[in-house]
Structure formats: structure tokens, C-alpha cells
Design a protein around this ligand. Structure first.
Ligand code: URA
Length: 234
């Protein structure tokens, strides 16, 4: 048995304080009866409606994972390789939001919240992702300009939000590139077209989230505030 406001908050509907307000306003029903008592205890099987909407009772979980290389970002792998799921300390059926290639490192989010996942994956919400690509050789000024103007990939133009040269030496260079696209292998395709294949790839940020203070293989839960901010992309 759990307190009603806690259950509402854990489902990701709103904060616990807001849930309390909704209860006091008579906006919450349990098994079709309005409950205005804070701290009312509910069972797993109780049907809860908040503001007229039925509450999806599975507790939502949100993780930020610093994916190492040699890990697949699927739930299962036919070749029995390590998956991102293996690193997440939960029994819930969570899944990654989007993909990173087997050899790509960096930030990946995982959740069991289908609604948020759809928002973040949908091209119309323009969620920014920043990558550091170590590429063969170095781009000429003209190639940089081409990249900034946009590269046609499978009949669709990808116009980066930002492109910066981070580092350059004789044989390779590191380029920071921010895009809102989510298509598979998109960064590798962009640099292949420019004639500078990607040697290493890391995703440094996803929306406002970064890997700050984290090491490869580490996981942390998103805070309620962060989840709320991600929902605001809608
Ligand atoms: N683009 C790629 O080419 N690979 C990734 O893993 C992510 C974006």
C-alpha cells in the first residue's frame, strides 16, 4: 500500500506537491470515488484517475547512461553481446531512447515511459544532440562550409545546428557537431560524404543533458526536474 500522492508522482504525472493539490481539489478518483484525503493508501490494483484521465500505474524510470564502446543499444542482441540494459540496475522493462552504434560512446537515455520516448524521438521537436567525431584528415574551409550549409543524406538535407573544429593534427581532427536528426549512422554518413570517415564517435549531450562528472559505464537516474524539462520539448 502506498500513499496516493506518491503513486501519482512516481508515475511521472506530476510532482508530489502538485499531486497533493490535485487531491485536495477533488481532482483525483480511486476506483471511481473522489478522494480528498492526503495520505490515502492505495493498492497496486486500484484504478486511479487524475483530472479525468486514467493513471498508467507502472512506475516510470529514467536513466542517463554513459555508454562505452562494444555495447549494443538494443534490449536484446542475437550475437549475445553486452547491451545497454545490462548496465541499468532495474527489474523494469526499460529501453533506450534512440540508438548509438556498437562502437559509439556517450550519452544515451533509457526509460519505460513511451510518451516521453516518442516526444524525444520525434523530428518535429528538434531535440539537439551534440557529437564529437574524430575523423580522418582535416576538413578544408570549403568542406566546412558545405557541412554548415547542409548535407543531403538519402534525399533529406541535414543542416547542423552548430559545427566547430575542436582539435586538428596531421592525420585526423576532432569536430563537434550538433544536429536534431535521429537517423541511424547519420554522423558517419555525413562525414563519409565529405570524404573524412569517422574513426571515433562520442555523443556528449542530448537536449540539455551532458555527461558531466560521469565515467564510461556509469548510470544515474534523471531527476524529476530533468524529466519535466524533457517533457517541455512537446
Ligand atoms: N550517428 C552515427 O553515425 N552513429 C551513432 O552512433 C550516432 C549518430
Amino acid at each position: 500500500m502506498e500513499r496516493l500522492q506518491k503513486v501519482i508522482a512516481n508515475c511521472g504525472y506530476t510532482s508530489r506537491r502538485k499531486a497533493e493539490e490535485l487531491i485536495l481539489k477533488g481532482q483525483v478518483k480511486v476506483n471511481n470515488q473522489i478522494i480528498v484525503k492526503l495520505g490515502y493508501k492505495v493498492k497496486d490494483t486500484d484504478q486511479i484517475t487524475v483530472e479525468g484521465k486514467s493513471l498508467n500505474r507502472e512506475e516510470k524510470e529514467y536513466y542517463l547512461f554513459y555508454k562505452p564502446e562494444k555495447v549494443v543499444s538494443t534490449v536484446k542482441d542475437n550475437l549475445n553481446r553486452k547491451t545497454v540494459i545490462d548496465f541499468i540496475p532495474t527489474e523494469k522493462r526499460i529501453y533506450p531512447i534512440g540508438r548509438l552504434d556498437y562502437d559509439t560512446t556517450g550519452l544515451i537515455l533509457l526509460t519505460n515511459d513511451g510518451e516521453l520516448s516518442n516526444i524525444l524521438m520525434h523530428p518535429s521537436y528538434q531535440v539537439e544532440k551534440t557529437y564529437i567525431a574524430k575523423v580522418e584528415g582535416s576538413l578544408t574551409g570549403r568542406e566546412f562550409q558545405l557541412l554548415k550549409n547542409g548535407i543531403m543524406i538519402e534525399k533529406r538535407l541535414v543542416i547542423p545546428v552548430r559545427v566547430k573544429l575542436r582539435q586538428k593534427n596531421k592525420t585526423n581532427s576532432k569536430i563537434e557537431i550538433t544536429i536534431t536528426e535521429g537517423r541511424n549512422h547519420i554522423i558517419k554518413k555525413i562525414f563519409d560524404i565529405l570524404g573524412h570517415p569517422v574513426m571515433e564517435l562520442k555523443r556528449e549531450s542530448f537536449a540539455f543533458l551532458t555527461l558531466q562528472g560521469m565515467k564510461k559505464g556509469e548510470v544515474r537516474k534523471l531527476t524529476f526536474k530533468e524529466v519535466k524539462k524533457l517533457y517541455s520539448y512537446k
